[in-house]
Design a binder for this molecule. Structure first.
Ligand code: SAM
Length: 260
């Protein structure tokens, strides 16, 4: 397995630079890689590059960038607005939603939200690791938490909301999203909004469901955990309105097998 790493640097062929502590530790101590070993680098903006290790010591792990192997490719413009959950659930949610191609996480504090403290740094690190493993070329944005009211007050109505509504009127998600397809708004910007463990307050569901840019959707007859619900909605979204029809890119040719 060729290590694939996110590096926040301008990537261009020939560049030689030292790995930051996290990457150096991973390459040297976890993956036990050495000089000449191939690696894959991406920075979230310029696509993906073959690269190789040029120095591997206790002091430094240096890498040389080779040719670009994949052009930059984004993900659909879909946000996940989720109520903070207990630590393990939110770590799981961020990892899996990153794999499922979410563009941004917007934590939203609702009336029944119990966990209000979020370690955004840890969530960003989780997202980077998930993006490395899932071969994404972008990183999802992790935003500062907002109250539901503040979020809606500042909302751009061109971004349609798919509201996971465990109560009240709601069409089955697959039907609702298929019907949205023909009238996709020009900005083609989306958000999935999901409630906390304690669910939405009825007044919140009423407030949201009456907004013209909100489509309440049902996720079936069972009450799903908040992380399950968010991931279910995101997976269905990608299949119907997102990039679910695309195929993974052809496997990379490691630097050692590059044509001369
Ligand atoms: N009120 C319940 C409770 O106290 O456990 C359930 C809340 S549920 C765990 C958390 C969120 O997941 C809900 O607010 C809703 O956004 C979403 N959700 C769960 N099951 C759903 C379903 N069958 N249809 C639509 N949304 C659902």
């Amino acid at each position: 397995m060729i290590p694939r790493l996110y590096v926040p640097v301008e990537l261009k062929p020939g560049l030689v630079f030292p790995a930051a502590e996290r990457a150096a530790h991973y390459l040297r101590n976890v993956m036990r890689r050495n000089v000449g070993d191939p690696i894959i680098l991406f920075n979230g903006r310029d696509g993906e590059f073959a690269a190789e290790i040029t120095e591997a010591s206790k002091r430094v792990v240096e890498m040389r960038v080779g040719p670009q192997r994949r052009a930059q490719m984004g993900v659909p413009d879909v946000w996940l607005c989720f109520a903070p959950l207990k630590k393990d659930a939110v770590d799981f949610l961020v990892e899996k939603a990153t794999e499922l191609g979410v563009a941004a996480f917007q934590p939203v504090i609702t009336q029944h939200t119990s966990a209000t403290r979020l370690n955004l740094e840890r969530l960003a690190a989780n997202a980077i690791e998930a993006a490395e493993q899932t071969e994404r070329l972008t990183l999802p944005e992790i935003r500062q938490p907002l109250s539901l009211r503040d979020m809606i007050a500042a909302w751009d109505p061109r971004r349609r909301i798919i509201l996971c509504a465990e109560a009240g009127p709601a069409a089955p998600i697959a039907t609702a999203l298929s019907e949205l397809q023909p009238s996709v708004s020009i900005s083609n910007a989306w958000a999935i909004v999901c409630g906390p463990e304690g669910g939405f307050a009825r007044s919140e569901l009423d407030l949201l469901s009456n907004l013209p840019f909100v489509t309440p959707v049902g996720l079936g007859p069972r009450i799903l955990r908040a992380d399950t619900a968010a991931l279910t909605a995101l997976a269905v979204f990608q299949s119907i309105l997102g990039d679910g029809a695309l195929r993974p890119p052809a496997p990379l040719v490691p630097i050692g097998q590059l044509p001369a």
